[in-house]
Structure formats: structure tokens, C-alpha cells
Design a protein around this ligand. Structure first.
Ligand code: AMP
Length: 113
């Protein structure tokens, strides 16, 4: 999608700190990290949010979760990590391209809200 920030990052039109990529997934460091490790894992296919999951193949959805696990290992998060996807206004989703936040590298809050 031409006006989507993450589509522009995937296309290399906006710079990013790449952490991982494969045929279906691109991952890069969050510009405003909320933990020592904060990586965004996104599908190359434009999907507005998890609500659009039915527009994606099972292969793409599985690739996203496998990438989260690979990135956690690559980043040395052996003591644990959190995977979050904000979906819609109540969750404060700010970029309308499906993404998973992978957070770790410190003790995270028990609170999820
Ligand atoms: P969300 O609020 O769940 O939609 O998450 C969007 C995330 O994208 C936020 O954590 C932002 O800090 C991050 N972000 C916005 N612009 C960029 C960018 N150019 N490069 C990396 N991360 C970004």
C-alpha cells in the first residue's frame, strides 16, 4: 500500500534497522524502544491488523510467529520475552500494518494493560 509506513520500510524507501527477513516476513528495531530489545515483526503482505488475518495465508501467519521465536533466539532472550500485537483503537494501534512487538532483555511488567 503506497501510503503505509511499514510497506515503505519493507520496500527500503524509509530506512530501518533490519533484524531478520525471509520471503514472507521483515523485522526491524522499533524507533522508540520500550525494552532493551524491541523488534517489530511484520508480514511483507499489507494487512491492516490481526483483524485481517483471514486475508493472509496460513503460511504467512505461521511465518510471523516462527520469526518472533527466531528473533528472540537471535537476540539472546533466553530468559524470556513478550510478543504483543495491538489491534484497533482500544489497543492504541498506531500503524495500520499488522505487526508483532517482540520485547525482552529485562524484567517486564506483570501488567499487560
Ligand atoms: P503500534 O502502536 O502497536 O501500532 O506500534 C507501532 C510501533 O511502530 C511503535 O512502537 C513505534 O515506535 C514504531 N515505529 C513508528 N515509526 C517507526 C519507524 N520509522 N521505524 C521503526 N519503528 C517505528
Amino acid at each position: 500500500m503506497s501510503d503505509c509506513l511499514f510497506c515503505k520500510i519493507i520496500a527500503g524507501e524509509i530506512p530501518s534497522a533490519k533484524v531478520y527477513e525471509d520471503d514472507l516476513v521483515y523485522a526491524f528495531r522499533d524507533i522508540n524502544p520500550m525494552a532493551p530489545t524491541h523488534v517489530l515483526v511484520v508480514p511483507r503482505q499489507h494487512l491492516a491488523s490481526l483483524d485481517a488475518a483471514d486475508e493472509a495465508s496460513d503460511e504467512t501467519l505461521a511465518a510471523l510467529l516462527r520469526a518472533c521465536r527466531k528473533i528472540a533466539a537471535q537476540e539472546g532472550l533466553s530468559n524470556g520475552y513478550r510478543v504483543v500485537s495491538n489491534c484497533g483503537p482500544d489497543a492504541c494501534q498506531s500503524v495500520k500494518h499488522l505487526h508483532f512487538h517482540v520485547l525482552g532483555g529485562a524484567q517486564l511488567s506483570e501488567r499487560m494493560s
